[in-house]
Design a protein around this ligand. Structure first.
Ligand code: SIN
Length: 504
């Protein structure tokens, strides 16, 4: 594999939707998807809530979805982008349905629309509490219909290659063979997800290490608003776990309460919407409550809800809680806020184009202007679909005029000289502790954090000198985490209004 017309990095909803749409339009183009783990090890598969789309126009409207998105974003959304995304939603939804993706319906056959924080109407299409998983598996299943798409698992992207601010391909590590290689591409699309793994408490899986942002940054792309990390208020509190299990916002939409150790609903002191306020407000309120009480967690209370209906809606959540020793029907479930979503990222225009020519970014790794400071619940899968569509349309217009670079870099370089396995794990734990403290307490001073990151980099580099080929990806991943942490730090520094919200 030396060249491909279109190179897609990441196999979540953004990458798969882009690939399928492009393959349909242009069966003559070669489309390659590289993913660093197994095809379905993506953030997409963990999205429980669903996808926000205005389908019931008698009670709901585009204008209301736009207003809710803008309000959640705290004055930092791009209104034109918000309108484009909300208005395109029904069309993109229809495409998902055409790809055999299922969503729950009521007994009368209408969509069973869920409600989530910040939404003024029930408008979330969902598949039980496994919406992302349903999309991921149905889109993966579609790939076999397109012989011009190939997907490689366990291929770890290292760096983009550019000439005159034009992306020409990428170096990557083939884990199975233990070699670094280079692939040339005419168009490259980063769909690499977020960076929740920078934090101790996160709902994001292990693969969410900010690789796309780090690679784009090193290649010179504009990165924006990385300080806006969204914390989800209801992750299951389990000590020593990373990631933490998500208890979907849809559970609060279904009627669950958040209570403190005195079993009081305290959120109305912070916002009149109570449990249905947006995530930023609820996470901060929980943080304040924890500070006041010196407790480690608050609770999600589902005891008053109909247990049978609850199980029908939230089978995975119920099963997971029961397995962890909590019965949602009988006792309040301990919860904490956890890093959940990266609202900023690689800056793109309305066609998903980055500041580097022929390089696109779609999904959580991109900063589109939709989310502002705080994403409205269930707008992320929608954003992925809309920008995959926009990017694909734009790429269609230019692909025929783009030539492959004639420069071939780094091909077949073996890295067999690394002989001992370095221990990146404790370094990663220190990084997560440092970033969590910086983001969630007022005590952390930026220079101390900068120095810690620099020391971690030196330590990782020296470990890398005595490296084992099997641990090469963890080194690259850790290097990406350090790069993204540094960006986050610098972006936060220029945004002093960011408030601390929890000390856990
Ligand atoms: C959730 O189900 O609460 C997560 C969905 C989202 O992040 O929008």
């Amino acid at each position: 594999m030396e060249k491909t017309d279109i190179l897609i990095v990441g196999s979540g909803i953004s990458g798969l939707f882009f690939a399928i749409k492009m393959a349909k339009k242009r069966p003559d183009l070669s489309i390659t998807i590289l993913t660093k783990a197994s095809a379905d090890s993506t953030n997409t598969r963990y999205a429980q809530g669903g996808i926000a789309v205005v389908t019931n126009t008698e009670e709901d409207s585009f204008e209301q979805h736009i207003r809710d998105t803008l309000q959640a974003g705290g004055g930092s959304c791009n209104t034109e982008i918000v309108r484009m995304v909300v208005e395109q939603a029904p069309e993109r939804l229809q495409e998902l349905l055409n790809l055999q993706v299922d969503f729950d319906t009521t007994v009368s056959g209408a969509w069973d629309l869920g409600l989530e924080g910040g939404h003024s109407h029930h408008r979330i299409l969902h598949y039980k509490d496994q919406s992302g998983l349903e999309m991921e598996r149905k889109l993966l299943r579609q790939l076999s219909r397109y012989p011009n798409i190939v997907l490689f698992e366990d291929y770890f992207s290292i760096d983009l290659t550019t000439e005159n601010n034009c992306c020409t391909g990428m170096s990557y590590y083939d884990k199975t063979r233990g070699t670094i290689k280079h692939i040339r591409s005419r168009i490259t699309v980063l769909c690499t997800g977020g960076c929740g793994q920078l934090f101790q408490n996160t709902t994001n899986p292990e693969i969410a290490t900010g690789d796309g942002v780090a690679m784009a940054f090193r290649a010179g792309a504009v990165i924006k608003d990385m300080q806006y990390i969204q914390f989800h208020p209801t992750a299951l509190y389990e000590t020593g776990k990373n990631p933490l299990f998500l208890l979907s916002e849809a559970v609060r939409g279904f009627g669950a309460y958040i209570i403190n150790h005195n079993y009081e609903r305290f959120l109305f002191k912070y916002d009149t919407r109570g449990e249905l306020a947006t995530r930023d407000i609820i996470s901060k309120a929980i943080g304040t409550e924890l500070l006041k009480t010196s407790e480690k967690h608050v609770y999600l209370d589902c005891r008053h809800l109909n247990a049978k209906r609850f199980y029908e809606h939230f089978p995975s959540i119920t099963d997971y809680c029961l397995k962890s020793g909590f019965d949602p029907a009988k006792e309040p479930i301990p919860i904490v806020p956890a890093a959940h979503y990266q609202c900023g990222g690689i800056q793109v225009d309305k066609n998903a184009r980055t500041s580097i020519q022929n390089l696109y970014a779609v999904g959580e790794c991109a900063q589109t202007g939709l989310h502002g400071k705080n994403r409205l619940a269930s707008n992320s899968l929608l954003e992925a679909l809309v920008f995959a569509h926009q990017g694909m349309q734009s790429a269609l217009k230019t692909i025929d005029s783009i030539r492959f670079s004639t420069v071939i870099t780094l091909n077949q370089q073996p890295i067999a000289s690394y002989s001992t396995t370095p221990s990146i794990k404790p370094l990663k734990a220190l990084l997560q502790k440092t970033m969590t403290a910086f983001f969630t307490t007022e005590a952390s001073d930026i220079n101390t954090v900068r120095n810690t990151l620099k020391k971690l980099k030196q330590k990782a580099d020296s470990l890398f000198q005595s490296h084992d080929r099997n641990s090469f990806p963890s080194y690259i991943e850790f290097r990406n985490m350090l790069t993204v942490s540094m960006i986050l730090l610098e972006h936060s520094y220029s945004t002093p209004e960011i408030e601390s919200f929890t000390t856990s």
